[in-house]
Ligand binder design. Structure first.
Ligand code: SD4
Length: 343
């Protein structure tokens, strides 16, 4: 009986949402629109659906969004086939795998590690920076020292495949954010990226709303392949690679980090949602800023993409050029999709 009542409430809310708009539902029914879709998890890039699945196990058992996201991101960080994140990530031009990660919770707490070496799960170190230090960001040696003091084991993140790719790259030593060396093409084939849409971006940004209606997010990457040693992109920068405002929504990014930092991308997306835009529209607005700054011709040579979720559990995404995919898991099931793109 209770189940049936819940079902009727749900359907009624669904129809009302179409008829009067979600903001008016609360006034009309006294029921929070946030109760409509939750829990939900969304990640950058379709192959991260397996990370979503790990997050889903926690979310669907009434777990906290931040715990779900941390466990979800562990899956990608430990996956040697993802050459943009953690173990198996492509190194910098000195042959070093340096990782960047950040987390942000429903209270606006945040933590980050940048240019960290030898640690399999940077997302967990970022979380401890947030929870156990008076700081928001730790970099390089200091971040490693902190990780080791917290019991993290030092490991070698450079796989034989990534080392081979680096040695290959050294022959021409040309830094290209849209790099198309053979192994990346091979991976794109595996990921069913269409010809002409190759990219070297598989960073995981993950956002979730839990059953309590709380939002959190995290991002983890080994950064742009063959970057300069010491280079940090958008992924561990709060406001650029990730932003969460529990009253409004959350956003995260992937793509050429320098471009995302320059427009403070994820913060823009959240502010656009605050101004009433849907998650997809909000992501598009941030992409438009990148295009405006660069001009269309230069922008066509770049990739940048955002995914977003709002307080109602609605999700959306948008990318600069074609080929950006994302993965979602909701109570209605899991799906992956290619985002709309501007150019
Ligand atoms: C960076 N945004 O370091 C990252 C790269 C990326 O998948 O998204 N890779 O600039």
């Amino acid at each position: 009986m209770l189940e049936r009542r819940k079902f009727l409430q749900h359907s009624l809310l669904g129809s009302l949402a179409v008829l009067v708009g979600k903001n008016k539902i609360q006034a009309a029914t006294g029921l929070s629109p946030a109760s409509m879709v939750k829990p939900v998890v969304i990640s950058t890039w379709a192959p991260n659906s397996k990370a979503n699945l790990a997050a889903w196990k926690i979310l669907s058992a009434n777990g906290r969004a931040l715990d779900a996201i941390e466990k979800g991101i562990h899956v990608t960080e430990a996956d040697p086939t993802d050459q943009s994140v953690g173990y198996g990530g492509l190194p910098d031009r000195d042959g070093k795998v340096t990782v960047d990660s950040c987390v942000m919770d429903e209270k606006g707490n945040c933590g980050a590690v940048m240019c960290l070496e030898h640690i399999l799960h940077p997302v967990s170190v970022a979380r401890l920076v947030m929870e156990k230090t008076p700081h928001v960001q730790l970099v390089g040696e200091g971040a490693l020292k902190f990780a080791v003091s917290e019991g993290f084991e030092k490991v070698n993140l450079l796989t034989p495949e990534a080392e081979k790719a680096w040695r290959n790259w050294l022959k021409a030593s040309k830094y290209d954010p849209m790099i198309t060396v053979e192994h990346l093409e091979e991976r794109n084939r595996k990921n069913k990226v269409k010809p002409g849409q190759q990219n070297n971006h598989d960073t995981i940004g993950m956002l979730a709303i839990d059953m309590s209606g709380n939002l959190s997010g995290a991002c983890s990457t080994s950064g742009m392949a063959f970057k300069m040693n010491g280079r940090v992109g958008d992924s561990p920068i709060i406001g650029a690679g990730l932003y969460v405002d529990n009253e409004v929504g959350a956003a995260t990014a992937t793509g050429v980090g320098e471009e995302i930092v320059r427009v403070c991308g994820s913060h823009v997306v959240v502010e656009m949602m605050r101004n009433g835009h849907s998650p997809e529209e909000a992501c598009k607005k941030a992409i438009e800023r990148i295009v405006k700054r660069n001009g269309i011709e230069k922008a066509k040579e770049l990739q940048a993409a955002f995914v977003a979720i709002n307080k109602q559990g609605e999700v959306g995404a948008y990318s600069l050029i074609a080929g950006f995919t994302y993965a979602v898991h909701t109570p209605d099931g899991a799906y992956t999709r290619e985002a709309k793109h501007l150019l």
